[in-house]
Design a protein around this ligand. Sequence first.
Ligand code: DGL
Length: 264
Amino acid sequence: MQGSGPVLFFDSGLGGLTVLREARYLLPYEPLLYVADDAAFPIGRWPEAELKERIVSLFDDLIAEHGPKSVVIACNTAFTLAGDALRERHPDVPFVGTVPAIKPAAERTSSGLISVLATPGTVRRTYTRSLIESFASQCHVRLVGSDKLAELAEKHLRGDTVSDADLLPEISDCFLEQDGKRTDIVVLACTHYPFLANRFRRIAPWPVDWLDPAEAIARQLVRVLGEGAASEPSRHLPDRAIFTSGTKDAGVSRLLAGFGLVLD
Ligand code: DGL
């Protein structure tokens, strides 16, 4: 049931921080809790049935333990699979989801050629296919599943070397030239990828709009909280981050501190 606890953000790793940072900006007084199921990372390769079961059972515990005011599933791979089941199981909890930004891309494209860069799981989902049918049937949508980018984004964030040669093969299928037209929008349909967007811009064969839905998700959270959003500072303690692996890695702690989070 809806609680009076913090707004809970969920991802498989560090990617959901791209959404949390936008929410912190729009809701500066809101207590936040970040949960990463990093014991399962990367989830883009998991078989659907097992992954769904894992997420649903994890949320039974998280909701019972933290009584969140709202939950932001800051992960396309998780939400496109388990979003409906979570809403059904916890009808009193307001969930905010993350889905590939196919609708805004279809509204903005000039060439009609859009690519969706995502995990292999998100690319396979029925949810993703039906977004294309409902909102982008007039466009040519190319789905590009990357097996490696979420891990490369985490390496990059931790300060390890990620070369252009590692990244280029993962994005090159996004660029399509057809009948004198070129792809003009690439949807970043994994919350890890915006951390690499500046690298993508530098190595892209031509300029495109790299569509990051983080701000739109944070705005949706503001709408969902409505009057219930915290409007003044509270005696609330530092916002916490919980990692299911139980990591105490100093580099991860430092990184989280930059997002205003203390690793539990
Ligand atoms: N950040 C996740 C997403 O938005 C996926 C990362 C993973 O493969 O675990 O899809």
